[in-house]
Every structure is written in structure tokens, then in C-alpha cells.
Design a binder for this molecule. Structure first.
Ligand SMILES: C[S@@+](CC[C@H](N)C(=O)[O-])C[C@H]1O[C@@H](n2cnc3c(N)ncnc32)[C@H](O)[C@@H]1O
Ligand code: SF4
Length: 341
């Protein structure tokens, strides 16, 4: 019964979004809700500029987040959201915020680089009862992962974190989903299949995502022409993707991407100009719609600013205005052509 209700709710939400897209009206609720808890970061990634920021916005307090989560819950009913950053676990009270969200009946994903997740913290994170922990994992060897993440020892720490999470899941008898997130680039092309095989061995899942322009960099339409991580050897990528497809077809649910995602990645590296918007919105269906970014994004930044699209100015701030008001009053950018396409 609950399952049927969930399916019906999803179908309703999907058609409300599609109707909003077609009519230019705002008939839907957010489909993707994300909270960037801090923009501070303990990594030195080569593909992301967040750690280089010289100014960090003021962070909302734990009490602010408790209130905002309550407001979201009373507006949306049961919903799913992602907590990320920067590195969310740099906030000391992160587990309290996760546990609070779970108590409210929110389905929660934590996205982290895993560096700080020693056995004790892994136990606390699992004990919060969240649904999913996603850990960025870019290669099976320290050479590949650490080169990308910028510091020796990160691979060992992240791998240990993943194993601690899996062990705690077992010990605490939780239904926690542990997902590895791997960014495909020239740095790790030769290891992406090995990541899937390792995930399978550990009874985990992996989701791939292609390299984009460095996060936090001034958007440039031809960034990929100068990026050392951009894959031009599409034949090799095709070979790797064919190996991943075989692993996927053998079953076991290790690879979270769809076959459509993989076709899409190949087209992206072959014809980046036409695929960039859909990749940046992390939705391979976006290219079929009139707006390059999802009509349903509600991304809260560490200071409470809310964005529906990373290129647009914030549409409000949840420390001053309730989420529902911000949503109702947001600009209906999808009603016309996108300024950033
Ligand atoms: C911005 S990070 C925040 C969470 C956490 N700090 C981490 O690294 O997992 C979220 C995800 O974005 C990915 N990412 C960062 N820069 C990227 C880029 N230029 N292209 C594709 N993915 C990127 C990271 O690898 C990570 O999986
Ligand atoms: S990808 Fe994550 S860990 Fe790396 S710099 Fe960006 S925010 Fe930090």
C-alpha cells in the first residue's frame, strides 16, 4: 500500500513538473532539494575550485537548519534531500542535523569526500538512520585518487571510510545505501572499470558522472578545450563503457547509472557543445525540455541563499523567508528561453 502510494506520488510530481514546463506556470513542488552545509573544504581537488575560495559565506546555525527542515517537512510532507558542501562533515554538529532530519521523516543522502570519516564518525553517521551516504571515489589506486584530490593519503582515508561505513551498516543492521561517486576524466579512464569491480567485491554501488568545468570557476563555453581532464580519446572511453555495460548486464545492481546515461556520456565527450547544459544539470532528460536546468531545483547554500540554477542569482534566503514563499515567488525562467544556453 505504502509502495503504491509512493509510486502514485512520484507520478503526480512528475506530471506536475512536466505541466509546469509546458505551460510556463508554477504547478510543481521541488524535485531536487539540496543543502550545502558549508563551503569550507579539507581537500585540494584539481577538478574543483571550492577549496580555493578566499571568502566563506556565514553559515546558518544548527537551530536555523532545524527550523528550515521543519518548514520544508510541513510544506512538502515526506521528501528526499541531499546534504553536501564544500565538505559537510567539517560541521561538528552535522550528525545532529542529519538525525533531526531523519526524526522529521525526511529521506536523507549525505555526500562527502570521506576524508574525515574515521571508524567513530562512520558509526555516528550510520546511527543517524539516514538513507544514503555517497562517497566520492575516483580510482582504486592512490596514484589516481590522490592526484585528483590533491593530497597524498586521501585515497587510504577515503577507502577506510567506505569500509567503516559498510562495517557499521552490518553491525547496526541498517538498510543504508552506500554509493561511490566517480568522476570520469583522463585521470582515471583506465580505472573506472576497476572501481565497479571493487564496489562489487564490497557489495556497494557506484555512480559515474563525467568531468565538467571546475566548480566555482567563471563559466566558459569552451573550458573543455583547455582542460587536462577532458577525454578526447572517445574510442578508449567507449571500450571502458562497454566493460561497465557488461558488468551492469551481469546484474547485482552494482552500477547505479542507466544504459541511457552511458550513451549520453559518449555523446557528451563527442559533442560537448550540445550536451553541456544537460550534464551540468545532472539530468540526461533535460536536453528534451525547453529549460537547461531542472524546473524543480531548490538548492540551499551555507548562508541560506536559495538557487534553482547555479548560473542565476539567488531567489531568496531561507534564514529570512520560508521555503514555500521563496518557491511560490521564484522567477518562472522556464517560461521563456534560457539566458545562459
Ligand atoms: C562539490 S563536491 C561536494 C561534496 C564533497 N566535498 C565531495 O567531494 O564529495 C560534490 C561532487 O562534485 C564532484 N565534482 C566536483 N568538481 C567536479 C567537476 N568539475 N566535474 C564533475 N564533478 C565534480 C565531486 O567529485 C563530488 O563527487
Ligand atoms: S570536490 Fe568536494 S572535496 Fe573536492 S574541492 Fe570540491 S568540495 Fe572539496
Amino acid at each position: 500500500m505504502t509502495k503504491t502510494l509512493t509510486i502514485l506520488k512520484r507520478l503526480y510530481a512528475k506530471s506536475a513538473s512536466q505541466l509546469s514546463m509546458r505551460t510556463g506556470l508554477s504547478l510543481n513542488k521541488p524535485a531536487y532539494i539540496c543543502a550545502k552545509m558549508t563551503m569550507r573544504c579539507n581537500s585540494r581537488c584539481a577538478h574543483c575550485n571550492i577549496w580555493k575560495m578566499d571568502f566563506y559565506p556565514t553559515e546558518l546555525s544548527t537551530d536555523d537548519w532545524f527550523r528550515i527542515l521543519r518548514e520544508l517537512r510541513s510544506w512538502l510532507g515526506r521528501f528526499r534531500m541531499v546534504f553536501t558542501g564544500g565538505e559537510a562533515l567539517l560541521r561538528n554538529e552535522m550528525c545532529d542535523i542529519l538525525a533531526h532530519a531523519v526524526r522529521l521523516g525526511i529521506r536523507v543522502e549525505l555526500l562527502s569526500n570521506g576524508i574525515m570519516l574515521d571508524a567513530a564518525l562512520a558509526a555516528r553517521v550510520v546511527a543517524t538512520g539516514i538513507d544514503q551516504v555517497t562517497i566520492s571515489f575516483d580510482g582504486v589506486t592512490p596514484e589516481v585518487h590522490d592526484r585528483f584530490r590533491g593530497k597524498t593519503g586521501f585515497h587510504a582515508a577515503t577507502k577506510a571510510a567506505i569500509l567503516s561505513l559498510a562495517e557499521e551498516r552490518r553491525k547496526q543492521g541498517r538498510l543504508l545505501r552506500i554509493l561511490l561517486k566517480t568522476v570520469i576524466s583522463t585521470n582515471n579512464l583506465h580505472e573506472i572499470t576497476a572501481v565497479a569491480l571493487w564496489a562489487k567485491e564490497q557489495k556497494l554501488e557506484v555512480q559515474y558522472q563525467p568531468i565538467e568545468q571546475n566548480y566555482g570557476e567563471e563559466p566558459s563555453p569552451d573550458w573543455y578545450r583547455h582542460s587536462p581532464f577532458w577525454i578526447t580519446d572517445v574510442a578508449s572511453l567507449r571500450k571502458e563503457i562497454s566493460a561497465l555495460t557488461q558488468i551492469k548486464e551481469r546484474g547485482g545492481g552494482v552500477i547505479a547509472n542507466t544504459a541511457g546515461d552511458f550513451d549520453f556520456f559518449l555523446s557528451y565527450f563527442e559533442k560537448p557543445e550540445t550536451m553541456m547544459s544537460a550534464i551540468q544539470s545532472h539530468d540526461n532528460k533535460v536536453r528534451k525540455t525547453s529549460c537547461p536546468h531542472a524546473v524543480g531545483n531548490f538548492v540551499m547554500e551555507s548562508n541560506g541563499d536559495v538557487r534553482m540554477c547555479f548560473r542565476m542569482e539567488p531567489i531568496g534566503n531561507v534564514s529570512r523567508t520560508s521555503p514555500v514563499t521563496i518557491w511560490r515567488e521564484r522567477p518562472r525562467c522556464w517560461a521563456g528561453p534560457c539566458d545562459y544556453r
